[in-house]
Design a protein around this ligand. Structure first.
Ligand SMILES: NC(=O)c1ccc[n+]([C@@H]2O[C@H](COP(=O)([O-])OP(=O)(O)OC[C@H]3O[C@@H](n4cnc5c(N)ncnc54)[C@H](OP(=O)(O)O)[C@@H]3O)[C@@H](O)[C@H]2O)c1
Length: 265
C-alpha cells in the first residue's frame, strides 16, 4: 500500500502554526494528504494554508483552537466533522527551562494539560476509527529529553517520558490492527520551542533542522515504533538506559545547568 492509501485521505496535525507541526503539514501535503491544521494562532494557520494550497492540490482546513480549554475535544470533533482522519500528528507541546520551584502551579498544570492530557485524549478519540478501518497511523512527538530525568526542565522531561511510553505501549497494543504508531524523539531542533521555553541562546544544545527530523520520521512510520533523531541523541538515549538513573540525572543536570549559567552570564 502506498503512503496515501495507508494514511490518507486526511491528516490531523496539532501545533501546526510553527515548528514541527508546520513542517509535517508541508511534507504530508507533498505526499498528497489533505490537512486539518490545529493551533491557537489563526493568522499563522491561514498563511500556511495559503502557502500549501498555492503549491499543491490538497485541501486544507484550519481550526484555530486552544486544546487545553474546556470542551476543546468536542469543538474539535464538530470542526473535523465527517472527514476521515488517516493520520494523527499528535504534536502540540511546550516546555520551560529553570528551577521546578520557579514555575507556578498554573504553568505546570497548563503544560501537563497540553503535553499529557490533550495528547492522550486525541489518541483515544481518533485511533478507534482507524482501527475499525484496519489502517492509519499516529505520530507522537516525545523528545530525547523523555529518556532520562532532566533537571532544570524536570516537569517538561517527565511529560515527554509519558509521551514516549504511551506511544511505545500503544504501538504494541495496536500491532495487529493495521494502525502504525510512531513515537518521535528529536533532540534540540530549530523551532519556536526554545524562545517559549526561555532558553534564548541555544542553551538546549546544537539545533537540528526541522525538515530533516520530519523527513526521517516519515520514513520510519510503519517501519519501527520509535525514532530518535541524530547520532548524538541516539548515543545519549542508549546510555541513559544503561547507566544508573542517579548518574544520568546528575550528568544531565550538570550539562543543562552549566549552559543556562553561561546564558545568564
Ligand atoms: N524543538 C525542539 O527542540 C523539540 C525537541 C524535542 C521535542 N519537541 C516537541 O516537538 C513538539 C512541537 O514543538 P516545536 O519544537 O515545533 O515548538 P513550536 O515551534 O513552539 O510549536 C509548538 C506548537 O504547539 C502549538 N500550541 C501550543 N500550545 C497550544 C495549545 N494550548 N493549543 C493548541 N496548540 C498549541 C503552537 O501553536 P499556537 O501558539 O499557535 O497555539 C505551535 O504550533 C512539542 O511536543 C515539543 O515537546 C521539540
Amino acid at each position: 500500500m502506498d503512503f496515501h492509501s495507508r494514511y490518507g485521505p486526511w491528516a490531523l496535525i496539532t501545533g501546526a502554526s510553527s515548528g514541527f507541526g508546520a513542517e509535517y503539514a508541508r511534507q504530508l501535503a507533498a505526499k498528497g494528504l489533505h490537512l486539518i491544521l490545529v493551533a491557537r494562532r489563526q493568522d499563522r494557520l491561514e498563511t500556511l494554508a495559503q502557502e500549501i494550497q498555492a503549491e499543491t492540490d490538497v485541501e486544507v482546513h484550519i481550526i484555530p483552537l486552544d486544546i487545553t480549554q474546556v470542551s476543546w475535544l468536542s469543538t474539535l470533533r464538530e470542526s473535523v466533522a465527517e472527514r476521515e482522519i488517516g493520520l494523527l500528528v499528535n504534536n502540540a507541546g511546550y516546555g520551560k527551562v529553570g528551577h521546578f520551584l520557579a514555575m507556578s502551579p498554573q504553568e505546570l498544570a497548563q503544560m501537563i494539560r497540553l503535553n499529557v492530557e490533550a495528547v492522550t485524549l486525541l489518541a483515544r478519540d481518533y485511533i478507534p476509527a482507524m482501527k475499525e478501518r484496519g489502517r492509519g497511523g499516529m505520530i507522537l512527538l516525545a523528545s530525547a529529553a523523555g529518556y532520562q530525568p532532566t533537571p532544570w526542565m524536570a516537569a517538561y522531561g517527565a511529560t515527554k517520558g509519558y509521551d514516549l511510553l504511551l506511544g511505545e505501549a500503544l504501538s504494541t497494543e495496536l500491532a495487529a490492527s493495521g494502525v502504525d504508531i510512531l513515537t518521535v524523539s528529536p533532540g534540540s531542533t530549530k523551532t519556536e520551542f526554545h524562545a517559549i521555553a526561555g532558553a534564548h541562546n541555544s542553551a538546549l544544545g546544537v539545533l537540528a533542522s526541522v525538515d530533516d527530523v520530519v523527513a526521517q520520521s516519515l520514513r520510519s512510520l510503519g517501519r519501527r515504533i520509535s525514532f530518535v533523531h541524530g547520532w548524538q541523541n541516539k548515543l545519549a538515549t542508549s546510555m541513559a538506559r544503561i547507566f544508573p538513573r542517579s548518574w544520568v540525572s546528575q550528568i544531565s543536570g550538570k550539562v543543562l545547568g552549566s549552559r543556562l549559567k553561561q546564558e545568564q552570564s
